[in-house]
Every structure is written in C-alpha cells, then in structure tokens.
Design a protein around this ligand. Structure first.
Ligand SMILES: [Zn+2]
Length: 275
C-alpha cells in the first residue's frame, strides 16, 4: 500500500511494476496480492501531502474510529481490511526536501518479527527506532499492534519517481513472497542491508540560510571532513557554509530541495560501517 502522503509517488511505480510482473507469470502466484496504490486519493489528485481541506496528516489518525468523523471512519475500515495479511508493505517516499536511500524503518518492539523480513526486501538499510520515538498513530504501528506484520519502506524523494529504486523494491517484494511461499516465479538476487543497531546516525543541519548545492551522491561512503555540499548566497556570490561530514559513514539521506534556513536538515550519515 502507498499514497498515505499525497506528495509521495515512488510507490505508484512499485504498484505498477509489481502487478506487471505478477501478471507476466500468473501461474506462479500462490496467494493473494492486494494493491492499494492511493490510500489518500484526494491528496494525490491535488498534490497535497495531507488530506486536502482538513489540514490533516492521514498517517496520524490510525487506527481510526468506526463511529468517528469521515476520515476516522475511513481509516478504521481500511485498517480492518488490511488486518490478517501475511505481510503488509507500506511504501513512503520521504518528502519533496530529502532523498532517501531505500530503507525499512522498524520500531524496536517489533524488530524480532520484522528484521528477518526486512533483510530480504532488497533495501540498503534497516533503521531500527527506539520505542520512545515511535508514533503510535501510524498505519504500520496499528497493523503491527494487531499482529499483522507491516514493513515501512522509505525511499526516493517526494513528487518524483526514481525508477531504479522501484525496480529494486519490486525484486525485494517478490523475494519476500518467495520466502513466504506465495510466489514461485522469477526473482532476482537481493542485497543484504546494513542494520542500524549499535551504529550512530549523524544528522547534518544547516548553520546558515541560502541555496544548498550538494557535492556527493546519496549512498556514498564519506569520510569525516568530506565536503558534502555548500550553502551559497546568490545575492553576494559568497559561500555561506561549506558543509562537511561530521563522521565517517554511509550518506543515506540527502537534501534535494535547495532553499535552506538555519536548522534545515541537509543529510544523515550512518556510521561504523566496515568496508
Ligand atoms: Zn510518507
């Protein structure tokens, strides 16, 4: 399922490509695949992240309420519809500001169940969050609480399609389906992700306002002190800030939207990777 956030479109391509692959070998399917390409269709149609007119983040009202307002009731029935699946995959695409390397985000409470599945879904990184930082009103939290294993995939950037990531995730989903005995058709080799446990995540924030121009690609291994990008001043022709890596590691989040202010997130680095 995808499209809770109407400005995240990477999942649209995944839905298309997954269905195309399943339809190419229909005799190899050993179960049922339900595809929900637009959980927030009003948002997708109006290029709005939340639910338009309500100023509401759809991923903050789960599990909903059968007798509540329209969206609460909708979300309740959606949750009920999804419950009981062998696996749910909730595909997100960051936002328009940041590009994310394909990753699965997991609450530490559900790590035991979900990490073995996440390892097979062809992402670069499995990021396990401490329980205290986990939002309880999300779709994935509600489903996992209800005993339906649900992986949250974050990849790419808002309002864009990164085809390479889409193909990779489809390979990963088919690989997991094969593991679960749901698919006997073609699969491709998948990569083994880095697990975030015991590794430090460094956050890069802007000190100055200006126009951020990155100098390194997402997914690069950077060294401490590597120049990651510059914050430029288009009015004076000066470099306001040369942004360098605070630690060695994998650049797994990269600022894409150029306008930044003091405090804006420019990237994230996962440290401690042995090469
Ligand atoms: Zn999202």
């Amino acid at each position: 399922m995808t499209g809770t956030h109407g400005d995240e479109l990477e999942g649209q391509f995944v839905c298309y490509e997954l269905l195309r692959r399943l339809k190419a070998e229909p005799g190899q399917l050993r179960g049922i695949v339900d595809v929900y390409p637009a959980l927030n269709p009003l948002g997708i149609d109006s290029i709005t992240r939340g639910i338009p007119m309500f100023d509401l983040d759809m991923n903050r009202i789960f599990p909903g309420n059968e007798k509540g307002a329209m969206m609460e009731s909708l979300v309740y029935h959606l949750t009920e519809d999804l419950k009981g699946a062998d696996l749910c995959v909730d595909i997100h695409a960051s936002n328009i500001f940041l590009m994310e390397l394909p990753q699965v985000r997991i609450n530490e409470m559900t790590a035991e169940t979900l990490v073995p599945l996440a390892e097979k879904i062809n992402v670069d990184l499995v990021w396990i969050h401490a329980n205290s930082t986990v939002l309880e009103s999300t779709l994935a939290y509600s489903l996992n609480q209800a005993g339906t294993p649900t992986l949250v995939v974050e990849m790419g950037v808002g309002m864009r399609i990164t085809r390479e990531y889409g193909y990779r995730l489809v390979d990963g989903i088919l690989n997991v389906m094969r593991e679960l005995g749901l698919w006997e058709g073609g699969t491709a080799a998948v990569r083994e992700p880095v697990i975030s446990t015991d590794r430090a995540v460094s956050y890069l924030n802007a000190d100055k306002a200006g126009i951020y121009v990155p100098q390194v690609q997402i997914g690069e291994q950077v060294k401490e002190g590597t120049l990651l990008g510059e914050i430029l001043n288009p009015l004076t022709g000066d470099v306001e800030q040369a942004v360098t890596a605070p630690a060695e590691g994998l650049l797994f989040t990269r600022r894409e939207y150029p306008v930044v202010y003091s405090g804006s997130l420019l990237g994230r680095i996962l440290g401690g990777i042995e090469k």
